[in-house]
Design a protein around this ligand. Structure first.
Ligand SMILES: [Fe+2]
Length: 204
């Protein structure tokens, strides 16, 4: 059953020169979704996401094993089978392990990657892992790799990410996303990004 009192973990990842990351914290809802009678975890996760307008859902054996991020959408991921280690926020960050029922909300711009098979297992990952994804309002997702975009593409991505609206409801409980509504402004975050990357003017 959903625990309506559960608050998500919040993880802030600042821009580090190759990864844009986000002014918004990445959210982790541990053990937030479970199957009800006659329902499997895939159906439960998709029902939960879709009921809160996080759609364009997919089911896949984990996450791509290279660091990437999205500039056109925020993304939610739910573990429906096995255990999944991920590196979130860029190469400097420690791995985090996720289990069945966990939901991760990844703001646009925040790097995420799975690990190659050997590391995946060493970090507690299982071979049977299965995940469900979703995007608020059913937005389409793009795919940008850390450190592999041109300066022009990077500037365009930063501007797009800064302009994305905050969803009206979180994917698990359908509540206001308070941690995002009270996050630093795009301007504050843009200035921080410019300082780290050496970009002097985002409008050029
Ligand atoms: Fe993704």
């Amino acid at each position: 059953m959903l625990d309506q009192t559960t608050k998500p973990e919040t993880h802030y990842y600042a821009p580090d020169g190759t990864v844009i990351n986000s002014r918004l914290p990445l959210l982790v809802y541990r053990g937030a979704v479970s199957a009800t009678d006659g329902e499997d975890m895939e159906a439960a996760m998709k029902r939960t996401f879709a009921s809160n307008n996080w759609t364009n859902n997919w089911t896949y054996r984990g996450v791509y094993p290279y660091p990437h991020y999205h500039s056109t959408c925020h993304e939610c991921l739910g573990v429906i089978r096995g255990k999944m280690p991920l590196r979130l926020g860029g190469a400097a960050q420690d791995p985090m392990l996720f289990e069945v029922g966990d939901v991760i909300v990844i703001p646009a711009g925040v790097s995420h990657t799975a690990f190659p098979d050997k590391d995946h297992r060493a970090l507690g990952g299982t071979d049977d892992v299965l995940m469900v994804g979703g995007y608020y309002d059913g937005r389409d997702w793009d795919l940008l790799r850390d450190g592999e975009v041109s300066d022009t593409e990077l500037r365009a991505a930063v501007k797009l990410i800064m302009s994305l609206p905050i969803p009206h409801e979180d994917p698990v409980y359908g509540k206001k996303m308070q941690a995002w509504l009270s996050a630093p402004t795009s301007l504050e975050w843009g200035i921080a990004h410019c300082k780290v990357t050496g970009i002097e003017d985002l409008h050029k």
